[in-house]
Design a protein around this ligand. Structure first.
Ligand SMILES: [Zn+2]
Ligand SMILES: [Zn+2]
Length: 141
């Protein structure tokens, strides 16, 4: 599936290819600080950016970076930078999609870091911090 999206101010727009119809949520402390709550994301096989000059990236951990719009601050993506089978895997911020219909939340990362303030309804595949660290090594995401 292919969908378009943009940041809040529109300085960055994109067309994402190879989107699945599944979302994930991450409850880790880094995502909560960065996104203001659980980070809802959708994997993409490739993104064609417009206004790429307006994207700033920050290396947020030993194995991943995050991209955001320099003008409005909207979080745009999380990307694995570490070598290995996950290298280059990019998750777009769900909220930046123009059309958010027809997708469902299937996976929750760092479920044991989720604040008690909220819970997503329904059954999802959940992954604990220990399980994530076993996959990637290091701390946070
Ligand atoms: Zn913007
Ligand atoms: Zn996270």
């Amino acid at each position: 599936m292919q969908r378009t999206g943009q940041c809040l101010c529109g300085a960055v727009t994109y067309t994402a290819k190879g989107l699945r119809d599944e979302l994930s949520a991450c409850h880790c402390g880094m995502c909560r600080r960065w996104a203001g709550g659980a980070f809802l994301a959708i994997s993409t096989e490739g993104v064609a950016w417009q206004g790429e000059d307006n994207i700033q990236t920050i290396q947020s951990s030993d194995w991943a970076e995050r991209g955001f719009c320099k003008k409005c601050g909207s979080g745009l993506f999380y990307r694995v930078t570490a070598p290995g089978k996950f290298h280059g895997v990019t998750s777009l911020a769900f909220g930046t999609l123009d059309d958010q219909s027809g997708l469902s939340l299937t996976k929750e990362w760092f479920i044991d870091r989720k604040p008690e303030a909220y819970t997503f309804a329904g059954e999802h595949h959940t992954v604990t911090e220990a399980e994530v660290l076993a996959m990637f090594g290091g701390e946070g995401s």
